[in-house]
Design a protein around this ligand. Structure first.
Ligand SMILES: NC(=O)c1ccc[n+]([C@@H]2O[C@H](COP(=O)([O-])OP(=O)(O)OC[C@H]3O[C@@H](n4cnc5c(N)ncnc54)[C@H](O)[C@@H]3O)[C@@H](O)[C@H]2O)c1
Length: 448
């Protein structure tokens, strides 16, 4: 006898019951998942905003609230490394003075030659210092990174950024109440201007304007600014020694023209916004941790490698001479200028009274022929140089520089004390130590 047919209606009812139960379970699970995901996203967003929103109360206030919004937008949207609680803490710690009535200084170009020395000197006497540098590759960036390492060992934080980055500058002023800016970031070098003119416009003109815009219009209270102009502004000037009253309207290179333009731009921001601005005309600065593109540095390298060096002779057979200034003397001048800088007078983008505007020569007051520089190096290195003497091309360099420093001496006691032999000895000692070269004849030395 055949078995009775299965009761399919019961099985169907059972299957549909199971399907309903499963669908309900899946829906419950997915709505839980959706809820958790929404909660998590909200928490993450709150965290990002908390970490990135500039703490306006902790630093200076801004005359314009839109500026703080700009910094918020730049950091949250682009997520750069210059943001977050840890970054702000580093900036704040580094900016805090360790002596009573100490200043808090933003040093632009801090990973550069002069910037490194000035930052160390400021920190040493108890001032707060934060550096800013874009670590460009005009010369070996690893030297800049090593200078940054040296500064870090002295608890000086160098922010990796560009002076053209307005939101970053605004943010730095939000985080730390800088009383002063020592503005040294620039595209340096005279002959490179023919190769890459735009880099001079970008850093020495646009970057300078950007800094003045932020400091003059957005920051309250405004900082006082000390910045590096150059002896090259004297250009084809024939007065000797060069004094601040001499004409500076005949630049011989684009570099010189951008520095001269900087001095005029400084006048404008002082006049309209009440920024206190001091320009310093440096004369051929040299020393340890120096710039590889400068003659004393490249001569040292080439002499040690047995390579010929090119020594320029003036067009009329006159000796080319420079007022070589040792970096420690220039540092003293920079600190003297900072110490005597008066407060800016503007606020909310408006001048409230006349503000200080100054220009000073910082030189050594005794020009030395370049041939003498070479013979001092030969003595220190114990190697004879292979010299190629050629006429100096008319493409930027001037044959002679000589500083009159009476004004700086009078206003902040500037007195250079290092002669070229003593300064070069210190440079060569650093050079052989840094590059791990076996100590040559008279320099001796180990890594600083
Ligand atoms: N060394 C000299 O003999 C001499 C002479 C006259 C004037 N100066 C001026 O003194 C200042 C310091 O010179 P230095 O010899 O230390 O030069 P440097 O090239 O060693 O230092 C300048 C630093 O600025 C940085 N920088 C350049 N453009 C920047 C930008 N847009 N944003 C952020 N950082 C930027 C560079 O990376 C560099 O580390 C410069 O303004 C220079 O023009 C120097």
């Amino acid at each position: 006898m055949a078995p009775p047919p299965p009761d399919t209606s019961k099985i169907d009812r059972y299957n549909s019951y199971i399907r309903r139960v499963n669908t309900a379970k899946i829906m419950a699970a997915s709505s839980k998942l959706l809820f958790r995901a929404t909660l998590l996203t909200t928490l993450v967003l709150i965290l990002i905003f908390t970490l990135n929103y500039p703490p306006l109360g902790a630093g200076r206030s801004h005359s314009s609230s839109s500026s703080s919004h700009r910094s918020l937008i730049s950091t949250t949207l682009y997520g750069d490394e210059n943001s977050g609680a840890a970054w702000e803490k580093q900036v704040r710690n580094s900016a805090a003075p360790r002596r009573s009535r100490g200043m808090s200084v933003l040093v632009t170009g801090a990973a550069g030659f002069v910037g490194t020395h000035c930052s160390l000197a400021l920190k040493k006497r108890g001032d707060g210092v934060v550096g800013l540098d874009n670590f460009n590759s005009y010369y070996d960036p690893s030297l800049k990174r090593d200078r940054q390492g040296l500064l870090a060992r002295h608890e000086i934080f160098v922010v990796d950024g560009d002076i053209n980055d307005g939101p970053l500058l605004v943010k730095l002023f939000d985080v730390a109440a800088f009383t002063h800016v020592l503005h040294l970031a620039a595209q340096a070098g005279v002959r490179y201007a023919m190769k890459n003119p735009q880099s001079y416009v970008a850093s020495n003109i646009a970057g300078l304007v950007n800094l003045f815009e932020v400091a003059g219009k957005l920051v309250n209270p405004q900082p006082a600014i000390v910045w590096a102009s150059s002896s090259s502004v004297y250009g084809l000037n024939t007065e000797n020694p060069f004094s601040e009253a001499d004409r500076t309207d005949q630049p011989a290179s684009l570099y010189a023209a951008t520095k001269k333009a900087g001095e005029e731009i400084a006048h404008t921001y002082n006049h309209i916004y009440g920024l206190s601005i001091t320009g310093l005309r440096f004369f051929t600065v040299y020393g340890p941790w120096g710039r590889p593109d400068m003659a004393y540095f490249s001569f040292t390298k080439d002499i040690l490698n047995g390579k010929p060096i090119t020594v320029f002779q003036g067009q009329d057979g006159v000796e080319v001479a420079r007022d070589f200034t040792f970096v420690d003397d220039v540092v003293k001048g920079c600190l003297g200028a900072l110490d005597t800088a008066e407060r800016s007078t503007g606020s909310g983008g408006k001048k409230r009274g006349p503000a200080q505007l100054r220009v000073y020569n910082l030189g050594n007051t005794s020009p030395v022929p370049v041939t003498r520089l070479v013979s001092i190096l030969e003595g220190l290195l114990g190697v004879k140089a292979k010299k190629n003497v050629v006429k100096m091309p008319r493409n930027g360099d001037v044959p002679f520089t000589h500083a009159n420093v009476t004004l700086a001496a009078h206003d902040f006691g500037y007195r250079p004390t290092t002669d070229l032999s003593a300064g070069l000895r210190k440079f060569v000692k650093w050079y052989v130590g840094y590059y791990g070269i076996k100590a040559p004849a008279k320099a001796g030395g180990s890594k600083q």
